[in-house]
Design a protein. Structure first.
Length: 139
């Protein structure tokens, strides 16, 4: 009984902390290096002006949050995923598509949903305990 309750609470907490950066970010892209995510994200001011929204452009090194485990991209702090990849780009709205060579030297592809990993904190992209770098104030 308690195990089911604990599983339910863990599941609900995961939903509550869902990252979903696409809800508040736009112009999402990956730089030519294939591992750096960039976007313009909203930052809502705190009172007394709660309706004033600022926007920042920031960059996030995805190697700080992803690892290649030999089969797929997985969440891991400082995973350095890109060392195993040939190239990566963004497809759809926030899916990272990467190419790699397997042990038979065949070029294969893998994908990872960045919206499940990346968050927007005060207008700056982040993942896990790592916060990206703001590079421009938009408004």
């Amino acid at each position: 009984m308690y195990q089911k309750l604990i599983l339910l609470l863990v599941s609900l907490s995961a939903l509550a902390t869902a990252n979903n950066f696409l809800n508040t970010c736009q112009d999402v892209g990956v730089l030519a290096d294939g591992r750096t995510l960039t976007a313009k994200c909203d930052h809502a001011d705190q009172p007394p002006r709660p309706r004033s929204i600022k926007q920042f452009k920031s960059v996030l090194d995805l190697s700080r949050c992803l690892k290649w485990d030999g089969k797929e991209l997985v969440r891991e702090p400082n995973g350095n995923f890109f060392a195993s990849m040939v190239s990566c780009n963004l497809v759809e709205s926030a899916t990272l598509a990467c190419n790699y060579y397997n042990f038979q030297n065949s070029l294969l592809g893998t994908r990872f949903d960045l919206n499940s990993l990346v968050y927007n904190k005060e207008g700056v992209l982040g993942c896990m305990d790592y916060l990206g770098v703001p590079i421009d104030y938009i408004r």
